[in-house]
Design a protein. Structure first.
Length: 398
């Protein structure tokens, strides 16, 4: 048999071990004997696993000692073997007749394997409130381990990811160069009559193609490009169609550069024609509010402090924004590039720490138009570092 060629590790083994130690410390504080992690971002953060296999049941188990254990579909165990930092005996694949079966469930197989390991007793944390762990999975796991008490540990690992290491920030800075390139391509190509699907093709090309100057290409982002125009821009999460771009309409472009699964989102707005006064006045308020919010976005302050600084400016201008104004970013898989922990909003008392990273999402979605100019930032002891250097203004093209 030829020797297995593993994918080069994205992080040193020592960094993975530090992540594991921090996770176990949090588990101990919550009284957990074991932890079952099904969020693919958390799986990757703990083990290095990277594959498009989250459409079937999979997880990583953190037991009381030793390395984490990867569990997933048998054919995906080959991918685990090539990407995780753990030894081969920490990889468990289940037979394919468990996949999307009405007669058996992968969690029944997992319960049997955990019983073999002696991890089928005590208090076991599971991520009950995420996209990848189903009610059926929880029921089957509970039935297969009657001596265990399953308890919700959603976001336990997510919170461990909040402060980024230098290597993580290095990957995010590369993602920032990619998203800048994507926005420059949009600004260069967009024009009245261009079909949106063709513009999206340009966005993907700019986001993925290898760049000789930077020495890296891009990864697929966790969210597709969002680019509604005119009245549709009053809805924040519409995608695209094959219709031509129209004159006298504004379009916001919410996109992200992605490198090694690390994301840096950035939004800008383009108006093809002459922007209405209401939109120009709103932009003035948003940019002023962003300056105030960025001034407050420093270690020792809270998420709420950033939100309050921004919203005070909107209030002075008579603008109502009834949603949060930012969220943490970093390593992610579809369908979301946020980390699903804290939020930049009123009432969130989370204290900011150096190395935290956020998408400062100041978008406005009104009845018949929308506007987005955003920044992705790194929290420091002083003013935050901006990942990107793209001009912070609406681009007007006649």
């Amino acid at each position: 048999m030829p020797e297995l060629q593993r994918t080069p590790e994205r992080f040193a083994t020592e960094e993975y071990e530090a992540r594991l130690a921090g996770t176990r410390a949090r588990m101990a504080r919550q009284g957990l004997d074991a932890l079952i992690v099904s969020d693919p971002s958390n799986m990757a953060w703990l083990t290095g696993y990277d594959g498009w296999s989250f459409y079937v049941h999979q997880c990583v188990i953190v037991g009381p000692s030793g390395p984490p254990v990867w569990f997933g579909r048998g054919q995906d165990a080959q991918g685990a073997l090539r990407t995780v930092w753990m030894p081969e005996d920490a990889i468990i694949g289940y037979p394919d007749h468990y996949v999307q079966s009405t007669e058996r469930h992968p969690m029944e197989y997992l319960a049997a394997r955990l019983t073999d390991l002696g991890w089928n007793r005590g208090t076991i944390g599971v991520e009950m409130d995420n996209y990848w762990y189903s009610a059926k999975a929880n029921a089957c796991l509970a039935a297969g381990m009657p001596d265990a008490r399953l308890t919700d540990a959603a976001s336990l690992v997510n919170w461990q990811r909040a402060v980024k290491t230098e290597k993580e920030l290095e990957y995010m800075r590369k993602a920032a160069r990619i998203v800048e390139r994507m926005h420059r391509r949009i600004a260069d190509k967009v024009e009245v009559g261009m079909r949106k699907c063709d513009l999206v093709a340009e966005i993907y090309d700019a986001g993925l193609r290898y760049d000789e100057w930077s020495g890296h290409g891009g990864d697929y982002p966790a969210i597709v490009p969002l680019l509604p125009s005119g009245p549709d821009a009053g809805a924040p999460h519409l995608t695209w169609d094959d219709q031509p771009m129209k004159p006298e309409e504004g379009t916001f472009f919410e996109i992200a550069g992605c490198y090694q699964r690390y994301h840096v989102p950035l939004s800008r707005t383009i108006f093809l024609g002459t922007p209405p006064d209401a939109m120009l006045e709103a932009e003035k308020a948003v940019l002023e509010g962003m300056d105030e919010g960025l001034e407050a976005a420093r270690a020792g302050n809270t998420c709420e402090d950033v939100a309050n600084a921004f919203f005070r400016v909107l209030d002075r201008h008579g603008i109502v924004k009834d949603n949060r104004t930012g969220y943490p970013i970093g390593l992610s898989y579809p369908p979301d590039w946020g980390e699903r922990t804290m939020s930049l909003r009123r009432g969130d008392k989370t204290v900011l720490k150096p190395g935290m990273t956020f998408h400062f999402m100041t978008g406005l979605w009104m009845d018949d138009w929308g506007y987005e100019t955003t920044e992705s930032i790194i929290i420091t002891d002083g003013a935050p570092d901006l990942f990107c250097t793209l001009p912070r203004r609406m681009l007007v093209k006649g």
